[in-house]
Design a protein around this ligand. Structure first.
Ligand code: NAI
Ligand code: MG
Length: 487
């Protein structure tokens, strides 16, 4: 389908349940990374638009507002309704997601299923957010009451646009917050479409606001806004640090951050090598490697190292690169020129620093931002490709001998998002799980991400947790009420 045949329904800023132009009147272009052609012009939000959105969200959060008084069960029902509408519009949403982001259509469908599960999981939580009664000494009766933190700003990236929206909206809305979301400039379209669905679901005016725009303008306006109570961010560690600084400098808004990673997947030689290679392939090449928890450092024990490298190279070479809308396609384009240049640059650095190229290693044509699944062996810990987040389809294979050595090397990074281990030996698996600095540890599998399980980073991979019950706490303030008995 030529881009000119595509009709985008929603390309404006969404405030107070209405689509409006930006205050400046400016727009920006969103591209299809598979052919570099324009999909649509989108209203470009900036500080003035963020101000309007925050005003709307603040009014919707007033104590006597419809949103604050409809009751917890009704909030859950609205979330369920939104989840159902997303399901009804799945084909359109998946098409839009694949057009804007480049990910294979089948993967967009999976992301949508996961998003629906996330919204439904948090819908169930809406009326199960309980406080505690506290046995203080007489004459006090004390209890805690978790309350919504207030107006929240949410800044999301382009790698999983719908899913990141669901991770942010689920807990925010279940807990009764109101929100201003800024989608990534590369992928604004599905957030706007879901904003329209949220209106149809029946969320009151101002509860949900979406302001597309750029990071240093619209994003920064959110992180420094004096009337936003919390900012939730997913993206680079570099920008995560900026957001924390701006939050501290402005009004000490609460901050949760999901940032970069350089996650290890450790494979012991008691594990079936073919199965290991296939788990490792999915760990690193899913979503073209544009995944914060991608298992990019593949540590393989020396006994199966040679066999593993051979198998990994074969699996990578077999992955079909191409049009995201063809069902055999496993690898679509990278999201934009910046990522494309970054990934190709990292591949060059791997070659220069002496890693052995086993598969891929190049771009594919010039029509879109396609990069071949690339495998490097003989990677050493000091190489850039072993240290820096690549965020592309590039696997690094490193050899190790012992558990103690591989724990130390796994932890020798500023990041700590996820880790995987493949072994039949339960003692080794437990020792690794205990010792590795990572928010998620996956044993005999990889990327077992689930809305029920908390997800987030140690060290510079982030702050706080999303998903699970822990994901709610970032959207709640705990208020302690103590009542004195007068007689
Ligand atoms: P980024 O961190 O710049 O962008 C993520 C989001 O933050 C976008 O919505 C962007 O508009 C916004 N943003 C950018 N600058 C901002 C600022 N000063 N204040 C407030 N918001 C701001 O990430 P980018 O440039 O798209 O990708 C760079 C690298 O970051 C990637 O190569 C990858 O290594 C990492 N990354 C990690 C992600 C993750 O899931 N943890 C997601 C996206 C990128
Ligand atoms: Mg950036």
């Amino acid at each position: 389908m030529a881009n000119s045949e595509i009709k985008v329904l929603y390309n404006q800023i969404f405030i107070n349940n209405k689509f409006i132009n930006s205050v400046s009147g400016n727009t920006f272009i969103t591209l299809n990374p598979a052919n570099k052609q324009k999909i649509a012009d989108v209203a470009e939000g900036d500080k003035a638009d963020v101000d309007l959105a925050v005003k709307a969200a603040r009014a919707a959060f007033k104590i006597e507002s419809e949103w604050r008084t409809i009751g917890a069960t009704a909030r859950g029902q609205l979330l369920l309704k939104l989840a159902d509408l997303i399901n009804d519009h799945k084909i359109t949403l998946a098409s839009l997601e694949s057009l804007d982001n480049g990910k294979p259509y089948e993967d967009s469908l999976l992301d949508i299923d996961a998003s629906i599960s996330t919204l439904k999981y948090y819908a169930g939580f809406a009326d199960k957010i309980h406080g505690k009664t506290i046995p203080t000494n007489e004459p006090y009766f004390s209890f805690t009451k978790p309350q919504p933190v207030g107006v929240v700003g949410q800044i999301i990236p382009w790698n999983y646009p719908i899913l990141m929206l669901a991770w942010k909206w689920g807990p925010a809305l279940a807990s009764g917050c109101t929100l201003v979301l800024k989608p990534a400039e590369q992928t604004p379209l599905t957030s706007l479409y879901i904003a329209a669905l949220s209106k149809e679901a029946g969320f009151p005016d101002g509860v949900i606001n979406v302001v597309p725009g750029y990071g240093p303008t619209a994003g920064a306006a959110i992180s420094r806004h004096p009337d936003i109570n919390k900012v939730a961010f997913t993206g680079s560690t570099e920008v995560g640090k900026l957001i924390m600084q701006e939050a501290a400098r402005s009004n000490m808004k609460r901050v949760t951050l999901e940032l970069g990673g350089k996650s290890p997947l450790v494979i012991f030689d008691d594990f079936d090598v073919d199965e290991a290679a296939s788990i490792a392939r999915d760990a690193v090449f899913a979503n073209m490697g544009q995944c914060c928890c991608a298992g990019t450092r593949t540590f393989v024990q020396e006994g199966i190292y040679e066999k593993f490298v051979e198998k990994a190279a074969k699996l990578a070479s077999e992955m079909k690169v191409g049009n995201p809308f063809e069902s055999e396609t496993k690898v679509g384009p990278l999201v934009d020129e910046e990522q494309y240049n970054k990934v190709l640059g990292m591949i060059e650095s791997g070659k220069k620093e002496g890693a052995k190229l086993e598969a891929g290693g190049s771009k594919v044509g010039d029509v879109g931002y396609f990069v071949r699944p690339t495998v490097f062996s003989n990677v050493t810990d000091d190489m850039r490709i072993a240290k820096e987040e690549i965020f592309g389809p590039v696997q690094q294979i490193l050899k190790f001998k012992t558990i103690d050595e591989v724990i130390e090397r796994s932890n020798n990074t500023e990041y700590g998002l996820a880790a995987g281990i493949l072994t039949k030996n339960i003692d080794i698996a437990l020792k690794f799980s205990e010792s590795v600095d990572a928010g998620s540890v996956w044993v005999n599998c990889y990327e077992a991400v689930n809305p029920l399980c908390p997800f987030g980073g140690f060290k510079q991979s982030g702050l706080g947790r999303e998903l699970g019950e822990d994901g709610l706490t970032g959207y709640l303030e705990i208020k302690t009420v103590s009542i004195k008995k007068l007689n």
